[in-house]
Design a protein around this ligand. Structure first.
Ligand code: UDP
Ligand code: MG
Length: 320
């Protein structure tokens, strides 16, 4: 096959795992080349996300010794999602297939064989899905599951248990690059592209070496980013709350008036009760109306592509 594959690996202070990663991923790549599944021009592209350890020195060294190793380094740390996008945008110029995978070997590199097969069967996107989370801590597993459930409730389509280990064809990557938003949440964006896709299942392992670069604080930030970049449902919740409070205030109004006329109240209580609830409700409702407009601005400024065409033959026929 003549399709050029680039395996994109974001690295942030990964000097402990990098030698092993280079070896394991290099072996898969060479296997794929030898088996004529991908072109001999295929590469590994390490994206150094502003590491402060020896990560970049190692990448430079590998680039000299191995013809299939290439690298990019950032001026500073821009975060995992930006590192992935940088890799994809550079690789898409020269490759037909791109696979992104973490540097820490938690994702099974052997799943790449099946990914490539699924690509040859006509899939533009192949998601790596964890079939078990045995190695995750109880906390990480359950927070992740709760997060997927919440996202689904908010109307965001994610592929459950899939992170950023996936194959994308050049066509799919070019479509992804049309999404101009700054707050990246790739695992939410990729399903929006909508090309034919498939899943490959694998067991997620423990980190090969080094520490997680996603401490709890970063994880919460990432999850929050995912929600606020994809959903305006929270604004609608304010509207529902506003309507609820107004209904409560009407019930309360009746109750208060009954109390007042049956003489069981101190003076001033009735008017205070009624105004607090009614005003609260009106304020929430007004806020949500403002929110609706902000929600519209939010979707407009993202300037997401309005559609992706799977196939058309109009342009071809018009040329002749
Ligand atoms: N990473 C990155 N920039 C960052 C944080 C992480 O490029 O600011 C990379 C990291 O080197 C790894 C991948 O993103 O290749 C996933 O990070 P990690 O394995 O630490 O996350 P976890 O698996 O613990 O969620
Ligand atoms: Mg990891």
């Amino acid at each position: 096959m003549n399709d050029i594959l680039t395996i994109i690996i974001p690295c942030f202070n990964e000097q402990e795992v990098l030698p092993e990663t280079r070896k394991e991923v290099g072996k898969i790549l060479n296997d794929l080349i030898d088996g004529e599944k991908v072109s001999a021009k295929s590469k590994i592209l390490f994206v150094d996300d502003g590491s402060s350890d020896n990560t970049w020195t190692l990448i430079e060294d590998y680039s000299k010794h191995y013809s299939y190793v290439t690298g990019i380094t950032f001026t500073r740390n821009y975060g995992h999602q930006n590192a992935l996008l940088a890799g994809l945008s550079i690789a898409s110029k020269y490759s037909d297939i791109m696979i992104t995978i973490d540097a820490d070997l938690q994702d099974d590199v052997n799943a790449m064989y099946e990914m490539i097969d699924k690509y040859h069967q006509g899939n533009e996107i192949v998601y790596g899905v964890r079939s078990s989370r045995e190695t995750d801590t109880f906390f990480k597993k359950n927070t992740a599951l709760a997060f997927y459930a919440l996202m689904r409730k908010l109307g965001v389509q994610l592929v459950p248990n899939s992170a950023d280990y996936r194959l994308m064809s050049k066509k799919a990557v070019l479509a992804l690059l049309e999404y101009k938003e700054r707050n990246l949440f790739l695992r939410g964006m990729v399903p929006l592209i909508g090309y034919q896709s498939a899943k490959v299942f694998y067991k997620r392992k423990k980190r090969f070496a080094g520490k997680s670069k996603y401490p709890l604080k970063k994880m919460i930030h990432f999850a929050f980013d995912g929600i606020t970049s994809f959903s305006t449902t929270p604004i609608k919740l304010i509207m529902n709350l506003g309507i609820l409070v107004i209904i409560v205030s009407i019930v309360l109004m009746i109750y208060t008036l009954v109390q007042k006329f049956s003489g069981g109240t101190t003076s001033g209580w009735s008017s205070l009760m009624i105004s607090i609830w009614l005003l609260g409700g009106v304020q929430l409702l007004s806020l949500s109306i403002l929110g609706e407009y902000i929600g519209k601005i939010f979707t407009e400024v993202k300037m997401r592509p309005r559609f992706h065409i799977r196939y058309e033959n109009y342009s071809k026929k018009m040329k002749f």
